[in-house]
Write a protein that binds this ligand. Structure first.
Ligand code: FAD
Length: 456
């Protein structure tokens, strides 16, 4: 007898948690488990800024799938499209071939990509912070600017190379700016030719406040901490144009710089557009049971999905966080088991546990279970949370060891050069499968779709 086929697309927080639970809950005879993923690791994204700052090695945040999943078939590649009528997923493998994988039950857990806007020069010149390669590239790029500034004979060039612009006042942008600012400030001690006074970090956001998820007080506290360290803020401001040597802001200022880091939000990847379901801000709308209406056998979870937030109520959907993605992975596994065994599905319900924001060193703000913390207590909570949330003991040991090494021996300023000369746009790094990443990418083998109207 053939076993029902469960196919999971995306090996991130949601997808891996789902398969890990299914392996434990189902007997091998009950279902065939397959994962489509471009990498053989689960990336612990919340610690990517530490990789960019060189506090952690890339390996520390890349959790081996082979350690967590013992009997899932792992297909290396990216899903290009879903044919819900034929119950099949088109996959572009890392070998460059195209295969069609049939499914009885499909879990879409392909996460998100960096959200961009139609700003001249942005797609060509902005750097992102969403993949391991981007974090490693950014680190090399920042250190390279210091190396070049140290030998620049033109003062304007030296100042431009020592000026860094980060766009996005959410946790990704704030942590990236904070960790890299700390790295560059420490670097000036090892670069005697560099004037520390020339170092400039700018954080730009269209919103009037930083870290709105944490509330007014902690957002202001984070700002005060970073301002003390020399970070300049441009709120209620966005970017009008980008060139290789400057960023023009919407308030008219032109900042000569060689570095723009773009972390202004996320959008679901192009795969979502190949289903006919309704979307909310580009995420696939699901029921509270995580099923996709109108697509039999399909579930969606994590950043790719717009899941009703029953803990908040009304029209609220769960925010795109690792906390929700992981728990939705667990919930969808429970519902898949229920479906296989003819039991009723249960709705997803999770009350947010809060957020931690690591500003580097002993600086942090966090709000565990509604309690507002800053400084050392917040940092202890932040680091403790990450250690507990890392999925394997090996990953925890690697992270703890690297933190201890960094705390005792300080920063190093080494460019690996592995990615030198390679194209480095957001799309180059975030492309999965045969098609480019980005919300406007179309179906496989056809002209790009006209984006469907978003009901939100
Ligand atoms: C810098 C940064 C800091 C963050 N900090 C925090 C934090 O402190 N707390 C928090 O809760 N959240 C944080 N987040 C957000 C959190 O990381 C995401 O919400 C979470 O990763 C979403 O989980 P997911 O499983 O939906 O997607 P992901 O974990 O992104 O996994 C998606 C997977 O799908 C793969 N994939 C994509 N497209 C395809 C395709 N077509 N076919 C096959 N596979 C595909 C990807 O390669 C990836 O492996 C942070 C994010 C960033 C970028």
């Amino acid at each position: 007898m053939t076993r029902p086929k469960i196919l999971v697309v995306g090996g991130g927080f949601a997808g891996v948690e789902c398969l890990h639970r299914l392996e434990r809950a189902l007997r091998p005879a009950e279902a065939e488990l397959t994962l489509v993923t471009p990498t053989d690791y689960q990336l612990y994204l919340p610690l990517l800024p530490h990789v960019a700052a060189g506090v952690l090695t890339p390996q520390s945040v890349a959790v081996s799938l082979r350690r967590r999943l013992r009997r899932t078939r792992i297909v290396p590649g990216g899903a290009n499209g879903v044919d819900t009528a034929a119950r099949s997923v088109e996959v572009h493998t890392t070998a460059g071939t195209t295969v069609h994988l049939p499914y009885d039950h499909l879990v879409l857990a392909a996460g998100s990509t960096t959200r961009t806007f139609d700003i001249p020069g942005l797609a060509e010149h902005a750097l992102g912070m969403k993949t391991l390669a981007q974090a490693a590239y950014l680190r090399d790029h920042v250190i390279s600017q210091l190396d070049l500034a140290a030998v620049a004979t033109d003062e304007a060039e030296r100042a431009a190379r020592m000026r860094f612009v980060v766009v996005g006042g959410g946790y990704a942008g704030v942590e990236t700016a904070a960790c890299l600012q700390r790295l560059t400030a420490a670097a000036t001690a090892r670069f005697p030719r560099l004037d520390p006074g020339l170092l400039e970090w700018h954080l730009v956001d269209l919103a009037p406040k930083l870290l709105p998820e944490l509330g007014d007080r902690l957002g202001a506290k984070a700002m005060e901490t970073l301002r003390r360290r020399g970070v300049r803020f441009s709120l209620n401001t966005s970017v009008r144009a980008v060139t290789p040597e400057s960023v023009t802001l919407t308030d008219g200022r032109v900042l000569p710089t060689r570095t723009l880091v773009w972390t202004a939000g996320v959008a679901a990847g192009p795969l979502v557009g190949t289903l006919d379901g309704p979307t909310v801000r580009g995420r696939l709308r699901t029921t509270a049971e995580l099923t996709v209406p109108g697509s039999p056998g399909v579930f969606a979870v994590g950043d790719a999905a717009a899941v009703p937030d029953l803990a908040v109520g009304g029209d609220a959907i769960t925010p795109p966080t690792a906390q929700h993605a992981q728990r939705q992975g667990k919930a969808v596994a429970r519902n898949l088991v229920a479906r296989l065994r003819g039991a009723p599905l249960r709705p997803y319900h999770h009350r947010d546990l809060g957020l931690v924001v690591d500003l580097g060193g002993t600086d942090a703000v966090s709000k565990p279970l509604g309690v507002e913390l800053s400084g050392v207590p917040a940092q202890l909570v932040a680091r403790g949370y990450h250690v507990m949330a890392l999925p394997t003991l090996t990953a925890r040991a690697r992270v703890l060891t690297n933190w201890a090494l960094n705390a005792t021996t300080g920063d190093d300023f080494v460019r690996t050069g592995f990615q030198e000369g390679r194209p480095a746009t957001l799309q180059d790094f975030e492309r999965v499968g045969a098609r480019p990443a980005g919300p406007d990418a179309g179906r496989p083998g056809s002209a790009p779709d006209t984006p469907r109207p978003d009901p939100a």
